[in-house]
Design a protein around this ligand. Structure first.
Ligand SMILES: Cc1cc2nc3c(=O)[nH]c(=O)nc-3n(C[C@H](O)[C@H](O)[C@H](O)COP(=O)(O)OP(=O)(O)OC[C@H]3O[C@@H](n4cnc5c(N)ncnc54)[C@H](O)[C@@H]3O)c2cc1C
Length: 473
């Protein structure tokens, strides 16, 4: 693999002449801003950043990178914590100038450019009393979440993000630009719905939108640890309800200024205040010590899980699936383990471990082999985000984070021989091999890689065909 040098940057500039793409490289004024990521751990010395504005510019850049054996990655809002959107010496194809959102109220569809965030989408759809199923943290990018399957507060009603995807425009490893949907390039469309980051750079996505003219109920509440047992009772009750209009995340966090580990609860209900407060009554009666709930816009509720890029600048994300009902002993042991980390490493206040409960009937109504996403069953995602300051702690915190997730699995009676799909692909980091993320869909994905990316140029997210090393990159 070759690193970009001055002559290559000049050549790339010549190839992109006449387009609106902007290149920054070491030494240019915009360089440091352009290599910034949400996590400082992913701030790498790229050889060049191409700020693209069209599919054609993406295509030229991919062709250039492959011709010169230079690594390339796609980057939208930069929330990967596993270096998937960063490169040392290679080319970052940055889509953050491609954030247009076009709403068609007549067909109730929304066309979104490949660099948009959910905030961009939520603002645009709100003007028409519409909403799409999008991630619960609106600072994150649309394309990455969608291509990995994706879920959000409206998942109970409308399924995964990909279940609401109508079509996508994608630039493949050979530079060709294809549209994929149920009508054209169906195989590619199937692969994009859950394993898309391994197939190309998506420049446009079209989603089904849903009427949402009302405000929704929600908020974040924090409780002292002695309430954990009652909150687990509520979570188990919530699990039994499977009320499609609801959503409930709970877990642990040591928020500022309290700086002590609390039990955190994120509430969502797409209904009236009266209906929602009656649904969440057992929780609301528990006397939280911080936070509040209220009626709010869809855009507002999707800001509650946002986490500032700075504060503790270094970040690690991982996940595993969990089954309910949840044992209280397990919850308590995890609280102890999370708390120990918070005590040992001060200033980790944005870190959070959460069980993410979203009613799953719509998710499981789609057969596993209908899309590439294999993370569809009656379990939920548990996500762990660690945030810290000191680079010297990187290795040990990575180990501790992985150990905590392994413990969740062990406490649930799952060991390493368990063949089940283990995590949502976008939370998985590089902790699981593709076999444990795509399950029975992996062989078809590997076949499709032969057709759409035979040299495995897109391997940085989850490497679906580790046996193929791209010679040309
Ligand atoms: C705080 C937080 C909360 C989250 N909550 C949710 C949630 O509620 N639901 C959910 O589903 N997910 C959630 N996620 C996961 C998140 O959706 C994914 O990590 C997403 O990929 C981040 O996209 P990005 O553009 O911000 O990051 P980036 O680092 O820019 O991209 C992430 C990955 O997507 C690839 N990519 C980006 N743009 C494109 C493109 N246009 N074409 C092809 N590949 C592309 C990158 O190469 C990289 O592999 C959360 C993540 C965080 C950090």
């Amino acid at each position: 693999m070759r690193c970009m040098d001055v002559s290559l940057v000049l050549e790339l500039r010549r190839e992109l002449e006449g387009t609106r793409a902007e290149i920054s490289h070491p030494g240019s004024e915009t360089y440091h801003g352009d290599i910034k990521s949400w996590s400082d751990t992913c701030e790498k010395e790229a050889g060049a950043i191409v700020n693209v504005t069209s599919s054609e510019e993406v295509s030229i850049t991919i062709n250039f990178a492959r011709k010169h054996h230079v690594e390339f990655v796609a980057k939208a809002a930069g929330h990967s914590t596993s270096n998937e959107s960063a490169t040392t010496g290679g080319i970052v194809i940055s889509l953050h100038h491609m954030r247009k959102v076009l709403v068609d109220p007549a067909s109730k569809t929304v066309a979104v450019q490949g660099g948009a965030t959910w905030e961009d989408v939520n603002k645009a759809t709100a003007e028409y009393g519409l909403a799409v199923v999008g991630a619960t943290a609106s600072q994150t990018g649309v394309a990455g979440a969608t291509l990995g399957g994706g879920f959000g507060w409206l998942t109970g009603q409308y399924g995964l993000i990909i279940d609401n995807l109508v079509s996508a425009r994608v630039v493949l490893a050979d530079g060709s630009i294809l549209d994929a949907s149920e009508e054209e390039n169906q195989d590619l469309f199937w692969a994009l719905q859950g394993a898309g980051q391994a197939f190309g750079v998506v420049t446009e996505l079209v989603f089904k939108a849903h009427t949402l003219s009302n405000k929704v109920f929600g908020g974040t509440l924090y409780y002292t640890a002695d309430r954990l047992s009652k909150i687990v009772d509520f979570a188990n009750w919530f699990h039994n309800q499977q009320d499609e209009k609801s959503g409930f995340f709970f877990g642990f966090r040591a928020p500022s200024p309290v700086e002590e580990t609390m039990v955190m609860a994120l509430l969502f209900y797409n209904g009236t205040m009266e209906k929602a407060t009656s649904f969440f009554e057992p929780l609301l009666k528990l006397n939280s010590v911080l936070g509040k709930v209220d009626m709010m816009s869809y855009a507002q509720i999707n800001r509650l899980a946002n986490i500032e890029p700075k504060a503790e600048g270094r970040k690690w994300i991982g996940g595993t699936e969990v089954s309910f009902p949840l044992g209280k002993k397990l919850a308590h042991e995890l609280w102890l383990e999370f708390n120990e980390l918070m005590v040992l490493y001060p200033s980790m206040g944005n870190s959070v471990f959460a069980f993410e409960l979203l009613p799953y009937a719509k998710i499981t109504s789609v057969p596993i082999d209908a899309t590439a996403c294999a993370n569809r069953d009656t379990s939920y995602n548990a996500g762990l985000l660690l945030c810290w300051r000191d680079a010297n702690d990187d290795a040990v915190l990575g180990q501790k984070a992985r150990a905590l997730l392994r413990r969740v699995r062990r406490l649930q009676g799952r060991d390493e021989s368990d063949e089940h799909v283990r995590s949502y692909a976008n939370y998985a980091g590089h902790n699981y091999s593709p076999k444990y993320l795509f399950g029975s869909n992996l062989p078809r994905l590997q076949d499709l890689k032969k057709r759409y990316d035979p040299h495995n140029a897109f391997h940085k997210w989850h490497n679906l065909v580790p046996q193929i090393h791209d010679q040309r990159h």
